[in-house]
Ligand binder design. Structure first.
Ligand code: ASP
Ligand code: MG
Length: 405
C-alpha cells in the first residue's frame, strides 16, 4: 500500500460544490488502495478576508492573535472535507497543524517548520482513516499557533510527505500544471510534463505563482516527487522530480516574469570594507529579503550600490537604508518601483554558450532597455521597465522556441 499526500488549494475548495468534488477525488485515491493524507487550504479568499477583518479592528493587529485567526481558515476546510467524506461512507478525520505534530519556530506569520512528529497521523492512518490536515500552520514549543507565510500549505504538504515517507506529494490547483510561460501572456503556452527541482525552484522564485519555493526546496531535499495538477479535470499535470535528464535538452525550458520588484540605489558610497555589511545587515534584521545586488567598479574610491527588494518592502527598506546611507557619506539614495523582471530558465543552459547573447539581442531588437542582469547556472534574469515585461516574455518565448519540447 502506498501513501499519497494530496494538497488542495483555495480555489479547489472554494465552496460546498468544490469540496464535494475534492472529496470524490480523495475517495478515488483511497479506493485505488492508497493511504491518503490530505492538506487543505482555506476556502477561496478566506485568508484575505480574515486579514481585512483584522485590519478593520486594529491598525497593527497583534502577531500572535493574527496567526490564530488566519489558521482557522484551513481548519474550516479540513472539517468540511472530513464531513463530505463521512457522508460518502469513507472514514476520515481532520487534524489541526498542532494535532498533526507540525512544530515550528515562533516567528509569527512566517514560521519555519522545525520538525514534524507525525505519531497521531500515523495512528489514524493505521486505523484506516483518511487524514485531513489543516495546512499553513503549526505550533511552537509553548503551544502557540503559528502560520507559515502566504501560500504555506504547499510547504505543509511536502513536509508531511517527507516525514511520512510518502510515495508522492500531489498539489491540486486551478491550473493544469507548471507552464513553460504564463498562458495569460502567451496563448500557446503548455503545461510541462516534467521539470527538475532546480528549474522549478528558479521558476517559483522568479515569478511562477503555482508553487511555493520553500515547498520545492523541501521536495528536493527529501527527494519527494511532486505532482502539480488541476482538481477540476483529469489532465496529467507536471511532475517535479530529480530524475529529469539535465543536459540532453540543450535549451531554455521556461520563461518567468515578475512585477513585484523595487529597486534602491545608494549613490556615491565609499569603496571600503564593511560598507555592504552596514547596509545589508540591518535590512536582514528588518526581515527584508534582498535579491539582485550590483556594485559598480569604483572610481577614486567611490561607487554606487544597487539592489532589489519586493515592491511591498520598498518603503520599509528605504526607511532602513536612508539613515545608513547618510551616515556613510552617500550623496543620494533613490528608489524605483516601475520595474519588472523577465527570466529564462533551463538546466540545459549550464556550461553552454550563447543563451545570454541571444536574450540580450532579442530584447534590444525590441528596444527594451536592460537595467540589471543577474544569473545563476541555470537562469538569466533581466530587470527592465515593468510596462515592457509582457512584450519581453512574448519575444523571448518566440526567440527560444520553448514550444518545441
Ligand atoms: N490560506 C493561506 C494563503 O492564502 C495558505 C495557502 O493557501 O497555502 O496564503
Ligand atoms: Mg491560498
Amino acid at each position: 500500500m502506498s501513501l499519497i499526500v494530496q494538497k488542495y488549494g483555495g480555489t479547489s475548495v472554494a465552496d460546498a460544490g468544490c469540496i464535494k468534488n475534492v472529496a470524490r477525488r480523495i475517495a478515488r485515491t483511497k479506493d485505488e488502495g492508497n493511504q491518503v493524507v490530505v492538506v487543505a487550504s482555506a476556502m477561496g479568499d478566506t485568508t484575505d478576508e480574515l486579514i481585512a477583518l483584522a485590519d478593520q479592528l486594529s491598525e497593527k493587529p497583534d502577531n500572535r492573535e493574527l496567526d490564530v485567526l488566519l489558521s482557522t481558515g484551513e481548519v474550516v476546510t479540513s472539517t468540511l472535507l472530513a464531513m463530505a467524506l463521512h457522508s460518502m461512507g469513507y472514514p476520515a478525520i481532520s487534524l489541526s497543524g498542532a494535532q498533526a505534530g507540525i512544530r515550528t519556530d515562533s516567528t509569527y506569520s512566517r514560521a519555519r517548520i522545525l520538525k514534524i512528529e507525525p505519531k497521531r497521523v500515523v495512528r489514524e492512518l493505521e486505523k484506516g482513516n483518511i487524514v485531513i490536515v489543516a495546512g499553513f500552520q503549526g505550533i511552537t514549543e509553548d503551544m502557540d499557533v503559528t502560520t507559515l507565510g502566504r501560500g504555506g500549505s504547499d510547504t505543509t504538504a511536502v513536509a508531511l510527505a517527507a516525514s511520512l515517507g510518502a510515495k508522492e506529494c500531489q498539489i491540486y490547483t486551478d491550473v493544469e500544471g507548471v507552464y513553460n510561460v504564463d498562458p495569460r501572456l502567451v496563448p500557446e503556452a503548455k503545461p510541462l510534463g516534467e521539470i527538475h527541482y532546480e528549474e522549478m525552484l528558479e521558476l517559483a522564485t522568479y515569478g511562477a505563482k503555482v508553487m511555493h519555493p520553500r515547498a520545492v526546496e523541501l521536495g528536493e531535499l527529501f527527494n519527494i516527487p511532486i505532482l502539480v495538477a488541476s482538481s477540476f479535470n483529469e489532465s496529467p499535470g507536471t511532475l517535479i522530480h530529480g530524475g529529469v535528464a539535465m543536459e540532453v535538452r540543450n535549451k531554455v525550458r521556461s520563461i518567468a516574469h515578475n512585477l513585484d520588484i523595487g529597486k534602491i540605489t545608494v549613490v556615491g558610497v565609499p569603496d571600503r570594507p564593511g560598507i555592504a555589511a552596514s547596509i545589508f545587515g540591518p535590512l536582514a534584521k528588518a526581515g527584508i529579503s534582498v535579491d539582485t545586488i550590483v556594485q559598480n567598479a569604483s572610481i577614486q574610491g567611490i561607487t554606487d550600490l544597487t539592489f532589489t527588494v519586493f515592491k511591498s518592502d520598498l518603503a520599509r527598506a528605504m526607511e532602513v537604508v536612508k539613515p545608513i546611507a547618510a551616515q556613510i557619506g552617500s550623496s543620494k539614495c533613490a528608489s524605483d518601483d516601475t520595474l519588472g523582471a523577465v527570466s529564462i530558465i533551463g538546466t540545459g543552459m549550464q556550461n553552454t554558450t550563447g543563451f545570454a547573447a541571444r536574450m540580450f539581442n532579442t530584447l534590444s531588437e525590441k528596444k527594451i532597455n536592460i537595467q540589471l542582469i543577474t544569473t545563476s547556472e541555470i537562469r538569466i534574469t533581466c530587470i527592465i521597465s515593468a510596462d515592457q515585461v509582457k512584450e519581453a516574455v512574448r519575444v523571448l518565448h518566440h526567440a527560444f522556441e520553448i514550444e518545441e519540447e
